[in-house]
Design a protein around this ligand. Structure first.
Ligand SMILES: C[S@@+](CC[C@H](N)C(=O)[O-])C[C@H]1O[C@@H](n2cnc3c(N)ncnc32)[C@H](O)[C@@H]1O
Length: 343
């Protein structure tokens, strides 16, 4: 296991702004979250180590949008945009959505609404904030920084708003788990392929308080992910271990095909931090166990009947096109599901 100093020194030598860059590299190596051409959202991005790693992975055809309440010094990359703001504030979420080319929060199903919680969180402000600075407290907790520049105000330009770069349409096609042709009309509203969050609170040393504040930030990241992540997309979030972790993990499990927990080697040995990785965002209008009446409209490659529920594909073995059948949903994947005929 490499020590803290080793990662620090490596980051300096290899030009990464923070030793935490290696955490994202290790998470990606283990769980395959970053791909060429991806649109990646990086929450809690200062000083920019994860931005650098993500930009390398997505290449010139990708886009990486980083958000932090601290200023992020400009990076030499055409694919990186930064937004300065507090992710607990709706106006910052709006500015993030604007950077992604999405006008406002439009959760598109009732399941997601309930996951998002309070109505106030959903009440997206109608106008995009044009503020370029945060006047509230700045939490300088980024002790992973290599250059020691992340602890407070950094003087310089006021270019903290959304950068000018716009990629327009950004489509990398389906993920490797797709075996069906599935239409995703909400593609424009959910442009992100990956949402990563390394947000962390200022550590007080009081274990339960630090844990609770970390879970609060993780939940902000999760709720944001639900509004920008395409079906099938991945989510990575830092959490401090503690009693609320299992209930938070359950929430994430409801929205992804599966969730893994990782403690990267590059994390400090004494740290209680770990990362949850939600793989393949499920944005289905049906749930396992539910009963439905569906019309079979096509035949899949394996000979199963194919039904469409609000644009979501269901495979129903033992059915023929033209039939209307009662089914029980048996398995819900990110972009298609399976159902059993029960009539
Ligand atoms: C560990 S650092 C991130 C390091 C980053 N991943 C990198 O590789 O450079 C955590 C960051 O979360 C940010 N942060 C904490 N609370 C935040 C909030 N409410 N909104 C936005 N950023 C926040 C901090 O300002 C800090 O820069």
């Amino acid at each position: 296991m490499a020590g803290r100093d080793e990662y620090y020194n490596r980051a300096k030598q290899e030009g990464y702004r923070a030793r935490s860059a290696y955490k994202l590299q290790q998470i990606d190596a283990a769980e395959d979250v970053l791909s060429h051409g991806d649109t990646v959202v990086d929450l809690g991005a200062a000083p920019g180590g994860w931005l650098q790693v993500a930009a390398e992975a997505v290449g010139e055809s990708g886009l990486v949008v980083g958000v932090d309440r601290q200023r992020i010094d400009p990076l030499e990359s055409d694919v990186i945009e930064t937004v300065r703001g507090d992710m607990t504030e709706e106006r910052t979420r709006e500015r993030l959505r604007a950077a992604l080319g999405v006008a406002s929060a439009q959760p598109n199903d009732s399941r997601e609404r309930s996951q998002l919680g309070s109505a106030s969180q959903l009440a997206a402000s109608s106008e995009l904030s044009t503020e370029t600075d945060e006047d509230g407290e700045v939490e300088g907790d980024s002790d992973d920084g290599v250059e020691g520049d992340s602890d407070g105000e950094v003087e310089g330009d006021s270019d903290d708003g959304v950068a000018e770069r716009r990629t327009g349409e950004h489509d990398r096609g389906g993920d490797e788990h797709d075996t069906a042709t599935v239409s995703t009309p909400e593609r424009h509203e959910r442009p992100a392929d990956v949402v990563v969050s390394d947000m962390a609170p200022n550590v007080t040393g009081e274990y339960q308080l630090d844990h609770a504040r970390s879970i609060h930030l993780a939940r902000q990241a999760f709720e944001t992910a639900l509004t920008v992540l395409r079906p099938g997309g991945d989510f990575v979030v830092k959490v401090f271990d503690g009693r609320e972790l299992s209930s938070f993990r359950s929430e994430v499990e409801d929205a992804f095909e599966y969730v893994r927990s990782l403690d990267p080697d590059a994390s400090r040995e004494e740290s209680s931090e770990r990362y949850l990785i939600g793989k393949h965002h499920v944005d289905a209008p049906v749930a396992a166990g539910e009963r439905r009446e569906v019309e079979i409209v096509d035949v899949g490659d394996d000979g199963d009947g194919v039904a469409s529920v609000d644009g979501y594909t269901l495979f129903v073995p033992g059915t023929e096109p033209g039939e209307t059948v009662s089914v029980r949903i048996t398995d819900v994947k990110a972009r298609f599901g399976f159902a059993q005929r029960i009539d």
